[in-house]
Structures are given as C-alpha cells and as structure tokens.
Design a binder for this molecule. Structure first.
Ligand code: CIR
Length: 254
C-alpha cells in the first residue's frame, strides 16, 4: 500500500513523565525535540506530507500517536489503550482523523488495543495480544476489518511492549525481527531478517514505499538491511527509546 501522508504530534515537556518499563532513564527534552525534528525530516525524505500536531502537556505519551488509531485504506479505527493513563489521548486524535477518513470506528472497553500491536500487511492485520491489547479489543478490530473486507488474526506477544517492538514487515514477504519476537509457528510464509541479539532495539523499522527508516546506532542490522536493496534512512530516536518509544510509534501513516 502506497502511503502519502503522516501525522505526528510534537512531544511536550511532560514526556519526561511518560510511561517507562525501566523507570530508570529520563529523556532530555531539548534532545527529544531535535530528534523529533529529524524524524519528521526523514518522513518527508520518504515523500510523505507530514501533519504536525501541537504538543499536549496533559498527556506525556501523546507523541506516540501510533497507539491511538489503526489506519486502513477504508477506515480509521480509534483504539482503547491498555495503558489507563493513555486512554484520554484517543479523543484528541479523533477530530484530526475526521479530516481524512469519512469512516471512523471505535474499539470499546472492556476491549483494549494499542496501534503498536497492529502489523498491517496488505489487507490483513496481525494483532499482538500483549499487556496493552486484549482478546476483546482484538476481536472488535477483526469485526471492523471484516466490515471493510479486510482480515485479522492474533499473535501472542511476550517479552516486548508491543508486537511491532519486536517484529515489523519491511515489504514483499520480508519481516525483520528481534530474538524471541516471533512465536513458533507464526509467520511461516515470510522470510525473516533476524536482528543480532545485542541489537534488539533495531527491529522496529518502518518501510515507507521504496525506503526503510531504521533506528540509528545498530551497525550490524544496518549491514543486513543494506542487502534488501531499499534506500535506508537512519534516524536517532535514542531519547524516545528511554521510555520504550520506537520509530513506528511516532507517526500514523496512510
Ligand atoms: C508507552 O509505554 O505507552 C510509551 N512510553 C511508549 C509507547 C511506544 N509505542 C509503540 O511502540 N507503539
């Protein structure tokens, strides 16, 4: 699916209070802003028109816009984040998506679902069942997809925040995955590039049309990706990584 646009949200100063699995490292705000700027520039280099939303200080994690919606060629689906502190972010993205999508659907509680758990390949969505996405959320998504002649199926997620923290699709029948991100028996029809064990953070790349954005600082993975033949664009997102943010989660692309 060719994508032409992206939506991002500027990080606010409150990002220092964003949810963090380690609880140990705090992003440095000036660096966060610079890295976000570079991230937007990389999306533009991929040919996307980028809509930049204002920061919302009341929502520390709101720069991770990917988690609040799932965008398909036929509709936008607002999610129900499993992280309770992130639930109110959804209402802030609705009016933006209404500018672009005539059809908007909504995942309802007790369902939970975050966009980071959705790996969309053509008309199929792989839905990670994680600490943030539950069976009810996944089933609601599958039902919406059916309505638009798409399909969905679930995949267990262990040891990673979201499905796409550990595995992403980078075009054709190729996935890139960190150790342990692909449960046995899943994704057998794909060829998988395995990220070296000491570079687990490298799996969260984004394929945009004929280019691949990858997080900077992973030289062995860079070598593997160079063999794919797409232009590779490295982006330093180390400040976002301090609170579990990756490349995909910083934008909604359609
Ligand atoms: C969170 O824990 O929700 C944020 N600190 C990071 C979200 C990252 N989202 C993603 O990978 N899709």
């Amino acid at each position: 699916m060719k994508v032409t646009r992206a939506i991002v949200r500027r990080p606010g100063r409150s990002i220092v209070s964003g949810l963090s699995s380690s609880g140990k490292t705090v992003p440095a705000y000036e660096k966060v802003l610079e890295q976000h700027h570079q991230y937007v520039a990389a999306l533009e280099k991929c040919g996307l028109r980028v809509q930049i939303l204002e920061a919302i200080e009341a929502h520390p994690d709101s720069t991770f816009v990917e988690d609040v919606a799932v965008l398909t060629p036929h509709c936008a689906i607002l999610t129900a984040p499993g992280a309770v502190t992130r639930r109110d972010e959804v209402a802030t993205i609705r009016p933006i998506l209404e500018q672009h999508f005539p059809q908007i659907e909504t995942i309802e509680e007790p369902g939970t679902l975050e966009g980071g758990d959705i790996m969309q390949i053509g008309h199929h969505c792989y839905i990670g069942l994680s600490n943030r996405t539950n069976r009810s959320g996944a089933q609601q998504l599958i039902d919406f997809l059916k309505k638009y002649r798409m399909t969905g199926s679930t995949v267990p997620v262990k040891n990673f925040l979201h499905l796409k923290t550990g595995v992403v699709w980078i075009g054709g029948s190729i996935l890139i995955a960190a150790n342990g991100a692909i449960p046995q028996g899943e994704f057998q029809n794909f060829e998988t590039i395995s990220v070296p064990a000491d570079e687990p953070g490298a799996a969260n790349c984004i394929a945009i049309n004929d280019k691949i954005m990858m997080p900077a600082g992973f030289p062995q993975t860079r070598q593997l990706l160079d063999q794919v033949g797409s232009e590779i664009i490295e982006v330093d997102i180390s400040e976002f990584a301090k609170i579990d943010g990756g490349l995909t989660c910083l934008s909604l692309r359609f």
